[in-house]
Design a protein around this ligand. Structure first.
Ligand code: SF4
Length: 356
């Protein structure tokens, strides 16, 4: 059963409201190759009432008001890939199709979707907790070079006005953040969760950890930018990585050390959750969501990569430790795929990163 996507569906479940609204820049595809599906299923399994708001119209308020103010907060992601990558080619030409939207329709999410969605939520709901995650938030967590602007942008935490970034693979930090919010802890005090970034006044900066050159300095000097990147990369290690700080004006971005990767048991559990493994039926008359085609009969076997090839962001997002699911878990998923009515007789691939 898909998560509710309308206020009527929330009522049908007998809920008087929702704990979280998950906002995604992609169409709703409940398949474990989609980060939004994994995180929402994990939250559901932990007992939270979660509504799914996919590709809301950011030019109006209606979609963001659909479920009312959630009891615990908003989770926001641009979708499976960065919205600028989804919208533009490397030659900076606008793409004509979007595989993550129904019928490949382009234009259903804004450029810089995380920033746009979060600012709309702030405008409508004031101080509601906002946690951002997914690739766009994760890879833009420090001051970073933006190819499309051809300039250094500050951490996405400041432009989005979110409270926390959940960076990397977000299951365990999501579980901890949700638990603490549901125990009544204010989001402002949730500053010690591994795998998250928060902002504070420079006078409240932790005294320990590693400090990158400031946003202002990396804008001025390529050498300082390189020093910053080196520190960011060196500390992405859940065993010995330190907390990292980076000043932006009178604010400090603080990245807590990475969350340890999931154990094999945890990974088996995550991939055993009751995914529908396809797009929401509301997209059927628009031709479905093409992004499902490549992954519908694929199995994720591992995460993480030690490679750190300089063109690849996997290590900065998934971490350098390679973790795998058990054989039993993979075989169970493979058997389940063979029983699907549209199974054509082959599984596309069983894999993950670190293929080299
Ligand atoms: S080996 Fe593959 S996944 Fe690993 S860093 Fe290189 S390109 Fe990325």
């Amino acid at each position: 059963m898909f998560l509710p996507i309308t206020a009527e569906e929330v009522k049908e479940r007998g809920w008087d409201g929702v704990d979280f609204v998950y906002v995604s820049g992609d169409a709703y595809v409940d398949h474990p190759s989609f980060g939004a599906a994994i995180i929402t299923r994990v939250m559901e399994a932990e007992g939270y009432r979660v509504a799914f708001l996919s590709q809301p119209d950011w030019r109006k308020n209606d979609d963001f008001l659909r479920f009312g103010r959630p009891k615990l907060g908003f989770m926001v992601s641009s979708g499976n890939i960065d919205s600028m990558v989804a919208h533009y080619t490397a030659a900076k030409k606008h793409r004509s199709q979007d595989a993550y939207s129904p019928g490949k329709v382009m234009g259903l999410r804004p450029d810089r979707a995380v920033i746009v969605y979060c600012n709309k939520i702030r405008e409508l709901y004031g101080d509601v907790p906002i946690i951002i995650g997914g690739l766009e938030a994760s890879l833009r967590r420090f001051a970073h070079y933006d190819y499309w602007d051809d300039k250094i942008r500050r951490s996405i935490l400041f432009d989005s006005q979110a409270d926390l970034i959940s960076y990397g693979m977000g299951e365990n930090q999501t579980i901890e953040i949700c638990r603490r919010l549901s125990n009544g802890e204010p989001i402002s005090s949730i500053t010690d969760v591994r795998g998250t970034c928060y902002a504070c006044d420079v006078r409240e900066t932790p005294l320990y950890g590693a400090e990158c050159p400031s946003f202002e300095n990396v804008c001025k000097s390529k050498k300082e930018y390189a020093v910053s990147c080196r520190i960011e990369q060196d500390e992405q290690d859940h065993i010995r990585g330190k907390l990292i700080k980076q000043r932006h004006g009178n604010k400090m971005l603080v990245q807590n050390p990475p969350m340890p990767p999931l154990t094999q048991e945890e990974m088996d559990w995550v991939y055993s959750l009751p995914y529908e493994r396809t797009y929401h039926p509301c997209y059927e008359k628009m031709g479905g969501v093409p992004a499902i085609e490549e992954v519908e009969f694929s199995i994720t076997h591992n995460r993480g990569c030690f490679g750190a090839c300089n063109f690849c962001s996997i290590a900065f997002h998934q971490g350098r430790f390679v973790t795998t699911r058990s054989k039993e878990s993979i075989i169970k998923e493979a058997k389940m795929l063979t029983e699907k009515p549209n199974f054509k007789g082959y599984i596309h691939d069983i894999g993950g990163p670190t293929a080299n």
